[in-house]
Ligand binder design. Structure first.
Ligand code: ATP
Length: 256
């Protein structure tokens, strides 16, 4: 058997441990090969962003937490990558919000949905919804159109992460708020979401949970105010500008 022990002293320890989680998820049949490719794209963007939560990502997370506290029926969508990377953390967010987790897959099969549900249950999840062919989000051409009637179909706010943009736009068209966690500020998901947190799920989900916990007692007016001050387009612009500035700084580091 291959020895995958990563020394703590390795300069890329965190990134390698994260990669290992995705590979483990793949071996369990939770993550599909396409998920490995999506992870690689995310890794590259995170590398450029400096692998830390930026100020604008934090502001987006604050707006997302405010929106979640104001929502009547939030639902957290889970796919193979998010289950493998932040299964436990998603369960904590779900418990904090009293919001169900719903497995929703692009490469959908009942077998994989059940594997993800069983994996989350083994980590302590109490409520994991699966899709049903009776409930559809119109306009989505992929298998992601099948949703749970008790979950995404009737939700007012849906949290999505690490996915392509086919679904966010249609969820928004159905009148739902979408909170997306996506390291790519240029993706369709990032552009179409109500609030986009440009950050790695590994950092974004625990931050979002902490913010939701600390907003519990906040008056409604304050939550509305946080939301009103947030502009997703402007936040995405800042993400792109920060990437440019960081690269420029790195390029000329030896000249300053
Ligand atoms: P779109 O259709 O929205 O333009 P895409 O075609 O780029 O998206 P995918 O190839 O499915 O979508 O990739 C999923 C997205 O998830 C990518 O934008 C990738 O950067 C992002 N991503 C990958 N890993 C992570 C992670 N750990 N945290 C947050 N985002 C991630």
């Amino acid at each position: 058997m291959e020895d995958v022990t990563i020394p703590r002293t390795h300069p890329r320890y965190e990134s390698l441990v994260t990669r290992e989680k995705i590979v483990e998820g793949f071996k369990k049949g939770i993550v599909v090969p396409h998920g490995l490719i999506a992870h690689g794209r995310g890794e590259a963007l995170d590398y450029i962003l400096g692998e830390k939560t930026t100020e604008y990502a934090r502001e987006a997370a604050e707006a997302a937490a405010a929106l979640l506290m104001l929502s009547k029926k939030p639902v957290i969508a889970v796919n193979g990558n998010t289950a493998a990377l932040v299964g436990r953390e998603l369960i904590t967010l779900s418990a904090t919000l009293n919001a169900p987790l719903e497995v929703n897959l692009f490469h959908r099969s009942r077998e994989r949905e059940e594997k993800i549900r069983d994996y989350l249950t083994s980590l302590g999840a109490s409520k994991v919804l699966l899709s049903s062919e009776e409930h559809v989000i119109e306009g989505i051409s992929s298998a992601r159109r099948f949703v749970s009637g008790a979950g995404i179909k009737t939700a007012d706010t849906v949290v999505v992460a690490i996915e392509d943009g086919d679904r966010t736009e249609e969820l928004v068209k159905e009148g739902k708020n979408v909170i997306a966690i996506d390291l790519n500020p240029l993706s369709r998901t990032a552009e179409k979401a109500t609030i986009t947190i440009v950050d790695n799920v590994i950092r974004a989900i625990p931050l979002l949970t902490k913010l939701c916990q600390s907003y519990r007692e906040k008056p409604r007016e304050e939550l509305l105010d946080i939301l009103k001050r947030f502009d997703n387009r402007e936040n995405l612009r800042r993400a792109l500008a920060a990437i440019c500035q960081r690269l420029e700084r790195l390029a000329y580091l030896d000249k300053v």
